[in-house]
Design a protein around this ligand. Structure first.
Ligand SMILES: [Zn+2]
Length: 348
């Protein structure tokens, strides 16, 4: 019996930001559009060595592509992953790498600071024809008011896992400064239906970082880290073990505050042990002896939970049990009135 899953190629869409008449930022005279294209082509070259992966580029040359079209390319390719590569700029001497996943926007604590960066990457819209018409729904789309849809949440978990792997790689392997993983409303992330990360390689406006990113060595090193993170991510996808180590990442993220005027609410904690496109029978022999595993379908994915309880210390002991069983990426998820919420909100 041959399994379809075994033959499946995972499609990774690589998006080099900007292009042609949109140079991106030109800090210290460097050109973002050229640097990110070189890095993306290098990532693609390396990724193609992995037989499980098919690479699709939004651009391979110095051409301009509308933001919506970048997402459209990924959606039409039915991509498993979308990675957009950029370089940052600032009037200060700021430096360091950061990775962004889709966020809700206006609820962020650091909204003002972050907004400055968002506007910069989003501002390329003005190079597009009919942009007012095209993106008129962006600023008042439903999820900016009511939160992310379940599919977006599932994608967010996966995006966070990859984004944090990028940041760890830059920091640990290359000793670059990590500015962390952040949640923002980038248009290009908003257009895609799959896990998506926008990575800022560093600041061209910073003299030494700009020089590093413009050098062949810098581009190869940054590409190597991104490639290795993507390879790990795809391997984890195959093994159904992609998930976020909540404690570590959420510290870096501005968790959106969702206003809630419910007086009494029921809070439930569960340990998420796996997430997969595969529907697996919730028998204990499929889950290393864990009993009463719950399966919940979220969009195209199934999430597998263990230990349904309203008691947080009980949840922590279930969590330790799953770790002992080898579910290294298990984490505690909280639900309030059936909706996923952050642990801190659940504990309020
Ligand atoms: Zn950019």
């Amino acid at each position: 019996m041959t399994s379809h899953a075994q033959n499946k190629k995972y499609i990774v869409v690589l998006d080099a930001g900007h292009g042609d008449h949109d140079p991106g930022n030109v800090g210290n005279g460097y050109r973002e559009k050229n640097i990110v294209l070189k890095v993306v082509l290098e990532i693609g070259k390396q990724l193609k060595k992995n037989k499980d992966i098919k690479v699709v580029y939004t651009r391979k040359t110095d051409v301009f592509i509308d933001l919506w079209k970048r997402g459209d390319i990924a959606n039409k390719a039915k991509a498993d992953l979308f990675v957009s590569v950029h370089c940052n700029s600032h009037s200060s001497n700021a430096y360091g790498t950061e990775s962004f996943v889709l966020g809700l926007g206006a609820n962020n604590k650091n909204f003002k600071v972050a907004q400055e960066f968002v506007q910069k990457e989003n501002s390329v819209i003005k190079f597009e024809k009919n942009y007012k018409e095209r993106y008129k729904n962006f600023n008042n789309s439903a999820e900016s008011k009511i939160g992310l849809s379940l599919v977006q949440e599932e994608n967010l978990d996966k995006s966070l896992a990859l984004a944090s792997s990028f940041q760890k790689g830059f920091k640990n392997k290359l000793k670059r400064k990590s500015r962390g993983v952040k949640q923002q409303r980038f248009v290009v992330l908003h257009q895609t239906y799959m896990p998506s990360v926008l990575v800022e390689l560093g600041f061209l406006t910073n003299k030494s970082e700009g020089r590093y990113l413009n050098s062949k060595r810098g581009q190869k090193q940054m590409a190597a880290v991104i490639t290795s993170s993507i390879n790990n991510y795809i391997n984890q996808l195959k093994l159904n073990t992609v998930s976020v180590n909540g404690d570590e990442i959420l510290a870096d993220i501005d968790t959106p505050v969702i206003e809630d005027d419910v007086e009494e609410s029921s809070v439930v904690f569960k340990v998420q042990i796996a997430s997969s496109k595969k529907r697996i029978a919730t028998k204990s022999y499929n889950f290393r002896g864990l009993r009463n595993v719950e399966r919940v379908k979220v969009g195209r994915y199934y999430k597998y939970y263990y230990g349904n309880t309203s008691n947080y210390s009980e949840a922590k002991s279930s969590f330790r049990k799953t770790k002992k069983k080898g579910y290294k990426s298990a984490f505690i998820a909280a639900f309030k009135d059936g909706k996923k919420v952050s642990i801190s909100e659940a504990l309020k």
